[in-house]
Every structure is written in C-alpha cells, then in structure tokens.
Design a protein around this ligand. Structure first.
Ligand SMILES: Nc1ncnc2c1ncn2[C@@H]1O[C@H](COP(=O)(O)OP(=O)(O)OP(=O)(O)O)[C@@H](O)[C@H]1O
Length: 252
C-alpha cells in the first residue's frame, strides 16, 4: 500500500478554555479528495491552519509524504508541495489574470532577490496559459482580475494554487459566495484537475466546505467534525447513512 500524502495524528489546539481541536487523526492518500465538514465552530479552520503552518498545535504530529512538518511555516510547506486557497479571495485586483498566476508561482519559487534576477516569467507564462485553458478563463486572461465577477475571481484564486504543481491542495470553502450556477462547474473542474492534472502530477485535495451537495459529489472520503472531535470518516454513502452524523449534523 502506498504512503499517505498527509498524515495527521492526534492534533489538539486550545484557545484558553476552548478546546477548538481535541485530538484529530486522519490520513489522505495520493490522488484522494478528502472533505472536512462540520457545524460552525467545530474546529475545521483551526485544523486547517495547523496543517498550513499558520498555527502550531498544542499536541500531535503532521506528516507530509512521511516527513514531520508539524512545526513548518507556510513558506516551507509551500516549497514542500502544499498549495492552498483561502476562504476570502487573494487575487491582486489591479494585475491581469495571467500575471496573478505567474506571481503565485514566483511566490512559491523563491525569495524576492532570486526573483529580481530571474528572467521575466521563467517559463511560468506557458504554465499559466495551460491553466487558463483548463479553467476556461482564456477570454479574461488579460483583464484585470478586479474587473472579473466574483465567481471568475474564485476560479483564478483556485488556479493560483495549482501553479506550483502541488502534491496536496487545501481548499478552504471553494464555493463560499459563489453563484449556485457556478458550483457544478467548480466541482467538475476540481475532478478534472484530480484525474487529469495539467502538469502530469496527481494532487490530493483536502476541502472544507459547507455546501453538502458539492462535498458529497466531489469527495472520495469525508470527515465529520463536531466540537473539535472526529464524529465519523467514510465515503459519501457511509456518511449520508451514518445515524450519528444525521443526528448531530446533517439532520439538524
Ligand atoms: N483565534 C481564536 N481565539 C479564540 N478562540 C478561537 C480562535 N479561533 C477559533 N476559536 C474558537 O475555536 C472553536 C473552533 O473554531 P473554528 O473556526 O476552528 O471552527 P470552524 O469549524 O472552522 O467554524 P466555521 O465553520 O464557522 O468556520 C470555536 O469555538 C471558535 O470560537
């Protein structure tokens, strides 16, 4: 059996008396799309921020491809192959869509100094163009990102995470604020990126999302969190039919 891309073991994080995450463990396998759901305040964001090096857990271990990254910061994690999208848009509104993608990859590649001496786009333009086609945003590639609709900006935001050819992409509410008519398109796109990656390298995804239809349709396995604990991990079918999940979350 292959090694997990991500292995999270007994992560705990408290804020004063609030145990935001109270001992969470799971594994994400290569090529897997793993969903994290749970009611507001169940600890999803705290867990995500631990995996992204933005907060240090009080206890537990996080391993990426078998390496301990529990204390790695966001930049180191990015260099080790972790891409991310944010709940709120991170695009530069005054820059073109294409330049946003190029800058996202440069951020990943190195320091300001190394970038100053690098050729203008270091071959990243071709990569940006490939993603622009895959994301079907060619018609807006030269427009300022700030002039695009929110849904289109969200697509640019997601594409930015794929510029660094990540092993693992953490998607924080990719459907938040997106017009329901676009949600199906995002799901199709993510499945396509998972099955037929543009750069010949399969990524695993961890997705936090409140839109249940989207999660059930997209994810191979889903983890349900309640009050900082794992209530269940299973396939969409198993989660849909789990009585505890229905009582604690889906049925509410
Ligand atoms: N920086 C912080 N300081 C104090 N308490 C916090 C902090 N961040 C989160 N919490 C608390 O930890 C608990 C878990 O919050 P968290 O944001 O991780 O949940 P969540 O599942 O992501 O919620 P949502 O779905 O609303 O984003 C909540 O009780 C929250 O109030």
């Amino acid at each position: 059996m292959s090694q997990p891309v991500l292995k999270v073991s007994n992560i705990k994080k408290a804020y004063g008396a609030i145990q935001a995450v109270g001992g969470v463990s799971f594994e994400v396998m290569p090529g897997e799309i793993f969903g994290v759901i749970g009611p507001n305040g169940s600890g999803k964001t705290t867990l995500f921020n631990s995996m992204l090096g933005q907060i240090t857990p009080d206890e537990g271990k996080i391993e990426l491809n078998g390496q301990d990254v529990t204390h790695a910061g966001p930049l180191e994690l990015s260099r080790r192959g972790v891409g991310r999208t944010f709940q709120t848009l991170q695009v530069f509104g005054k820059m073109s869509v294409r330049d946003n993608l190029i800058v996202a990859a440069q951020e990943h590649q190195g320091s300001m100094l190394s970038r100053m001496f690098a050729p203008s786009d270091s071959g990243l333009g071709a990569k940006a163009d490939a993603l622009i086609d895959q994301f079907r945003i060619r018609h807006v590639a030269d427009k300022k990102a700030g002039e695009l609709s929110y849904g289109q900006q969200k697509l640019v935001d997601i594409a930015m995470a794929f510029m660094s050819e990540p092993d693992l992409v953490l998607l924080d509410e990719p459907c938040a604020g997106v017009n329901p008519s676009l949600v199906g398109g995002i799901s199709t796109l993510l499945k396509e990126l998972n099955q037929n990656p543009k750069f010949g390298k399969k990524s695993s995804f961890v997705v936090i999302e409140h839109n249940m239809d989207f999660v059930m349709d997209l994810c191979h396995r889903i983890m349900v969190m309640v009050e900082g604990q794992v209530l269940a991990i299973g396939t969409p079918e198993e989660i849909r039919n789990n009585k505890q999940v229905l009582d604690a979350y889906l049925g509410s």
